[in-house]
Design a binder for this molecule. Structure first.
Ligand SMILES: Cc1cc2nc3c(=O)[nH]c(=O)nc-3n(C[C@H](O)[C@H](O)[C@H](O)COP(=O)(O)OP(=O)(O)OC[C@H]3O[C@@H](n4cnc5c(N)ncnc54)[C@H](O)[C@@H]3O)c2cc1C
Ligand SMILES: *[C@@H]1O[C@H](CO)[C@@H](O)[C@H](O)[C@H]1NC(C)=O
Ligand SMILES: *[C@@H]1O[C@H](CO)[C@@H](O)[C@H](O)[C@H]1NC(C)=O
Ligand SMILES: *[C@@H]1O[C@H](CO)[C@@H](O)[C@H](O)[C@H]1NC(C)=O
Ligand SMILES: *[C@@H]1O[C@H](CO)[C@@H](O)[C@H](O)[C@H]1NC(C)=O
Length: 497
């Protein structure tokens, strides 16, 4: 309650300030370097150790280096000065207060599987590794919700839910932390049927940059619907650690479907595959997953995961439901696929066959990297309206070939979201060229009515695209929100804005 009051007062005060003078200087400072220096962190270290215990703090070179990067192509300039492992919300809050007093930047760290450089360290900062906060707290099977600490990973949660006949379907492939998934607005292969983190987070507990503790929907609140004021939960989902540290998440969960069936089918052309997806969705078929792989991606997974799928544009599909409903869905999808010249479906209903298929899909990032040993990977992430997807994908393939990249394409095409995975030489100017390509593609998606990022976030590399996407008025509102909540700019500075 207290923190909500503080927040609303802050919002009121900023809403009266037009964007000139102080706020614009602040906007400029957002991208400037860190606000502190080494000696301040050394000063903070003792006080932090007094809170979390000296075993739960490290300034060792190796530990700091490990916490300086994620899975993205971004090369860290430096490491954090200190890594801290809190175990409770109260510890997080106290550590944040110390950092605030020292004007020390804070970088929240989940499992580091992010693809946009969101956790990249900077010297003078304190990194907070949240993986020791890994308890499943409250499970309400009768209400279909669960509250977890931020370090619980998606597989750990599903392991816990399995005994209750429930599951949490958001699946970014990597075994990411749920705090990190909420922070990036993650989704993945099941979003067509179940939505993304945006639709599945009901409430968050967040430690704000002044150390106060916010419950975005009110403490203990978990109704199915809600129209009480601004949606603060939604504000924090996808905020990439720039507004506060998520210390608890209340999530929607689902009953295990009676039956799941997966299939693979291949096509003569990319267009035929993607058009099939568009038609399946336009028929309103409640498909759970529908994933596209171009022929290079199929080839890479065949080699990496020891499969022998036909090397051609391919769809991986999955249906969830009762036997009867799945049967009728399969028939309709079969007709659509045949109309587009697709090959016969290969079906898998046994768990181990399905797991093998989706494991191959999830390993595609590593399968692609293995095509060019020693390379650096970059994944694009545009998302466009379904009707625009065939054109955007075909134009993108032209660009990739013209610019001479080594690449694979995979897509959560049921959402209009696809990834080009570029395998770049670490030396030379390929990384520069790839950044250029990211911007060409981002602009194409935006002008097609889409977004530069469907699920990975803005991080470090898409700040310019964000400005173009939301426009001057939009970006100013975002900067004002950031300034209201984090006036000292200590919460993951330099990211997103
Ligand atoms: C092979 C592979 C496949 C992937 N596929 C997908 C996919 O299909 N869909 C998808 O959405 N993503 C995908 N990703 C990206 C990644 O898994 C997601 O972005 C995931 O949500 C990151 O979670 P994390 O715990 O690893 O976060 P991290 O990488 O640790 O952090 C990501 C961002 O969140 C912030 N953060 C982390 N924890 C917190 C917290 N508790 N409070 C506040 N901020 C926090 C960090 O500061 C950072 O800005 C993939 C990644 C890999 C490596
Ligand atoms: C570093 O921080 C200390 C303590 O706040 C301050 O006295 C000193 O002037 C700072 N040094 C630089 C170079 O900013
Ligand atoms: C620090 O870590 C240790 C072991 O990992 C743990 O037992 C302890 O409770 C932690 N916290 C404090 C305040 O010491
Ligand atoms: C974060 O801490 C956990 C221990 O809780 C550790 O296993 C993990 O490797 C750490 N993350 C990094 C990037 O080192
Ligand atoms: C508020 O946002 C959360 C997270 O995006 C979402 O799950 C919830 O449905 C939203 N609530 C309303 C009333 O729109």
């Amino acid at each position: 309650m207290m923190s909500l009051l503080v927040l609303s007062r802050l919002i009121t005060s900023v809403c009266r300030v037009p964007c000139h003078g102080g706020l614009c200087n602040f906007a400029r400072a957002l991208s400037a370097s860190s606000v502190t220096n080494k000696s301040t962190v050394v000063g903070a270290q003792e006080s932090i150790a007094a809170i979390v215990g000296s075993q739960n703090v490290s300034a060792s070179e190796a530990v700091r280096e490990q916490h300086s990067h994620d899975e993205s192509y971004h090369i860290p300039v430096s490491s954090p000065d200190l890594v801290v492992w809190p175990r409770s919300t109260e510890e997080v809050s106290q550590v944040v207060q110390i950092c605030r007093d020292h004007h020390t930047p804070i970088v929240p760290f989940g499992t580091g599987t992010g693809l946009e450089g969101g956790v990249l360290g900077q010297s003078g900062s304190v990194c907070i590794n949240l993986t020791k906060m890994d308890e499943v707290l409250d499970l309400h099977t009768e209400d279909f919700d669960v509250t977890v600490q931020p370090g619980v990973t998606r597989l750990a949660l599903n392991h816990h839910l399995k005994d209750h006949g429930m599951w949490f379907p958001i699946d970014p492939g990597a075994d990411a932390s749920l705090g990190g998934m909420a922070a990036t607005g993650a989704s993945g292969t099941n979003a067509v049927q179940y939505g993304t983190m945006k639709e599945n987070v009901i409430n968050l507990e967040v430690v704000l940059p002044d150390g106060s503790i916010l419950h975005t929907a009110g403490e203990g609140s978990r109704p199915r619907k809600n129209s009480a004021g601004y949606n603060l939960t939604s504000l924090f989902v996808g905020s990439e650690g720039t507004l506060g540290i998520i210390t608890k998440a209340t999530l929607r969960i689902y009953g295990m479907p009676e039956m799941m069936m997966s299939a693979v089918c291949s096509f003569e052309t990319v267009n035929a595959a993607v058009e099939s997806v568009t038609q399946v969705l336009q028929c309103g078929i409640p498909i759970a997953r529908i994933e596209f792989l171009d022929e290079k991606a199929v080839d890479a997974t065949n080699k990496y995961s020891n499969l022998n799928n036909k090397v051609a544009p391919t769809l991986f599909l999955e249906f969830h439901g009762s036997e009867a409903s799945i049967k009728s869905q399969i028939e309709t999808v079969g007709d659509i696929v045949a109309m587009n010249g697709g090959s016969n479906f290969e079906w898998a209903d046994k768990m181990e066959d399905r797991n093998k298929l989706w494991k191959a899909r999830h390993d595609i990032w590593y399968a692609s990297l293995a095509v060019r040993p020693g390379c650096k990977g970059l994944s694009t992430d545009v998302c466009v309206p379904i009707s625009q997807m065939p054109r955007v994908i075909l134009e993108t393939i032209d660009d990739l070939q013209r610019m001479g990249f080594m690449y694979t394409i995979v897509g959560h095409v049921g959402d209009g979201n696809f990834h080009c995975l570029l395998m770049m030489d670490r030396e030379g100017d390929e990384i520069k060229k790839a950044k250029e390509f990211t911007h060409i593609l981002g602009r194409r998606a935006i002008s097609a009515g889409g977004t530069c990022t469907g699920e990975h976030g803005i991080g470090l590399g898409k700040k310019q695209l964000l400005i173009e996407e939301v426009g001057d008025v939009g970006i100013n509102i975002m900067r004002q929100i950031k300034h209201t909540i984090d006036p000292l700019n200590i919460m993951n500075p330099g990211k997103v804005l």
